[in-house]
Design a protein around this ligand. Structure first.
Ligand code: ADP
Ligand code: MG
Length: 254
């Protein structure tokens, strides 16, 4: 029985590898910051493959390089060395304008601090990426309402950020990340400013996004949050310390 289960898991893992489409390929990524005369190495050779519709939690102690890596994966920053292929495009060699274009198409970013514009309503915040994409106002608003509906916030569409709770603000930020239909959602400690009940509500939304076919990568400190994911990558001091996938839904990775 135990052997049967093992063989079954091995078989599933083989089928998954055959069927999976690589969406992120990073090879020996290094990132250093120059501080005065000193060079501070932060990422020290990271290689990873992430496949379409994977659900990944990135963990590791504070200062281990998680946000630096997320910013590179999200095309907000470029590596000092190494290769990054995003959905078949070599982004490690791209200029800023090309990076911005691929970021708008492929990536939705969610931050711990929500990063909403305070003077704009929820609807206007969500529609903002569509302004940059040049979409006419009527269509923008329709599309923004559609995604607000996905995060159950249509009744708050005209509220300003200071009239929203933390959980509602993060739902607006998630809607904004989804509005361009990106293939990848990156979230850097999305529940870091929320109480645990609200955090789990937010995680239910990430679950739905994953079920809808998106690739989801999130940074978290909390094991309970990380266990929503199907794969946990741990960084330590700028390198990958461990990288484990769940074979079964519900299994916990420690
Ligand atoms: P984590 O998200 O895992 O807490 P970060 O990626 O934010 O870690 O930071 C990793 C290290 O890089 C830290 O020591 C931090 O001080 C340093 N660092 C991050 N961004 C910069 C920057 N722009 N300039 C200089 N050092 C930085
Ligand atoms: Mg960080």
């Amino acid at each position: 029985m135990v052997n049967g289960q093992k063989a079954n898991d091995k078989c599933k893992s083989y089928i998954r590898k055959k069927m999976m489409q690589e969406i992120i390929h990073v090879e020996n990524i290094r990132k250093s910051y120059i501080m005065g005369r000193q060079v501070l190495p932060v990422l020290k050779g990271i290689s990873l493959d992430i496949f379409k519709n994977e659900y990944v939690a990135l963990m590791g102690p504070s200062g281990s390089g998680k946000s630096t890596l997320m910013n590179i994966l999200g095309c907000l920053d470029t590596p000092t060395e190494g290769k990054y292929i995003l959905n078949g495009n070599d982004v490690s060699k791209m200029e800023d304008n090309q990076l911005a274009e691929i970021r708008n198409k492929e990536i939705g970013f969610v931050f711990q601090q929500f990063n909403l514009l305070p003077r704009l309503s929820a609807l206007e915040n969500v529609a903002l990426p569509l302004v940059y994409a040049g979409m006419p106002k009527k269509q923008r608003n329709e599309r923004a309402m559609e995604v607000l509906e996905k995060v159950s916030l249509t009744d708050r569409s005209h509220h300003k950020p200071n009239e929203l709770s933390g959980g509602q603000s993060q739902r607006v930020a998630i809607a904004r990340a989804l509005v361009n239909n990106p293939s990848i959602i990156l979230a850097d400690e999305p529940t870091g400013n929320l109480d645990s009940k609200t955090s789990f509500e937010i995680m239910e939304i990430f679950d739905k996004i994953h079920d809808g076919g998106n690739t989801v990568i999130l940074v978290t400190h909390e094991e309970d949050i990380a266990n929503y994911a199907r794969r946990i990558i741990r960084l330590r001091d700028g390198i990958v310390e461990s990288d484990k996938r769940k074979e079964r839904v519900g299994e916990r990775i420690t």
